[in-house]
Design a binder for this molecule. Structure first.
Ligand SMILES: *Cc1c(COP(=O)(O)O)cnc(C)c1O
Length: 379
């Protein structure tokens, strides 16, 4: 089971310290074994069958209804989905949600990418991009000429979360990249017009799909831009995605296993108590991680402001004398994977996903394992 790599220091973590599941990656992330077992159970009647028939469409229908429940969507909001993941949705948004000019809060790798997509779109005005240093988040500012505010619920590259509210006095749409936050952080649908994400993070499935919760105002914007005659590539056309979603389908062939695992996770979340359950569970994991870091003499939470420390993706800096690369490699050699920091951040850091599928007790076990490894590396 455990893959030993040759470049890691030869340290064996005692079995009694190990977490029950060693997956702490920020995406693709831990998938609950129960969901995989359910997929295996249904495999012979579900996998390899038409996505235009009832078997698959009922899973998509269950998924859409489950997300509606999870987010307590008001009347008129719709759950829309398509292929291509969040990165694809950014391009779709530049065609179908931004009328002329967007404002972007850019505070890490992911939030900067939508800003770049909007800046590159020849049919849009240059976006306003408000930045802040890594480890913090900026605040949106209402402007008369901005018709879409692009926020990010959780900046996965730095471990910063931000509360989602409509910028005071703003009349534009509020579009939120919630790829790593959706399902693990609180949100009030009334504060968002497009709350979009992909299933490989809190929703414990695979990548390749995007989902967007769209408000009546966002649905109207899509229809109005379509009617305006703007050219939109069909694959990025949200009006086509909306029409297909209403029929519990996608425009082109989706990954059936991804849909199934996604639906399993949403069912599990709702059975356990919905967003109240998931947000409390993630908060508990985060409390364990940051309390441990603050009380240790070699680890410090990277995000200085406790209010901005993510409850779904934790980043912890290690002291100068402790090599985070060696720690992550040793953990990996012991079956605890994907604690490496976001590459381009370039810090002596560990990054730990605390999505709803992760057991808070496993986060505590991971902390004990890190302490053990750091001690062993020093001796
Ligand atoms: C993972 C992630 C993305 C990229 O998602 P893809 O489905 O791989 O395109 C975008 N934004 C955030 C905040 C993410 O965490």
């Amino acid at each position: 089971m455990i893959a030993y790599v040759t470049d890691a220091p030869d340290i064996r973590i005692p079995a009694n310290l190990l977490p029950t599941d060693g997956r702490f990656g920020s995406g693709p992330s831990k998938i609950r074994p129960e969901a995989v077992a359910a997929l295996a159970e249904s495999a012979s009647t579900y996998l390899g069958t038409s996505h235009r028939q009832k078997t698959v469409k009922s899973v998509v229908g269950s998924l859409r209804a489950g997300l509606r429940d999870l987010f307590s969507l008001p009347e008129g909001y719709e759950v829309v989905l398509g292929n291509g993941g969040t990165t694809c949705f950014w391009d779709a948004a530049t065609f179908c949600l931004v009328e002329r000019k967007s404002q972007h809060l850019s505070f890490g790798e992911f939030s900067s990418k939508f800003a770049a997509a909007a800046a590159a779109a020849p049919h849009l005005d240059d976006p306003e991009v408000i930045t802040s240093p890594a480890g913090t988040h900026p605040t949106a500012v209402a402007r008369d000429d901005v018709d879409l505010y692009a926020l990010t619920h959780n900046e996965t590259s730095t471990g910063v979360m931000m509360p989602i509210t409509r910028p005071a006095g703003a009349s534009g749409l509020v579009a939120v990249d919630a790829t790593s936050g959706a399902g693990g952080l609180p949100v009030d649908a009334a504060d968002v017009d497009a709350y979009y994400f992909a299933p490989q993070k809190c929703f414990a499935s695979d990548g390749g799909l995007w989902v967007a919760v769209l408000s009546p105002a966002a649905l109207e914007r899509v229809a109005a831009l379509k009617a305006s005659g703007r050219w939109v590539p069909a694959f990025l056309d949200l009006s086509i995605a909306i029409d297909n979603s209403r029929l519990d389908q996608t425009y082109n062939t989706p990954a059936l296993a991804t849909l199934y695992l996604f639906d399993q996770q949403v069912r599990w979340m709702n059975e356990q108590g919905g967003l109240a359950f998931t947000t409390e569970r993630c908060a508990r994991s985060a409390e364990v991680l940051y309390t441990w870091a603050e009380s240790s003499d070699f680890a410090t939470p990277f995000v200085a402001n406790p209010e901005e420390r993510s409850r779904v993706v934790g980043t912890v800096d290690l002291a100068d004398g402790v090599d985070a690369k060696a720690v992550a490699a040793t953990l990996r050699a012991n079956g605890i994977v994907d604690t490496e920091p976001y590459r381009k951040l370039g810090r002596n850091q560990l990054r730990i996903a605390m999505f709803p599928a992760v057991e808070p007790d496993d986060v505590a076990a991971l902390c004990a394992c890190i302490t053990h490894v750091v001690g062993a590396l020093a001796s």
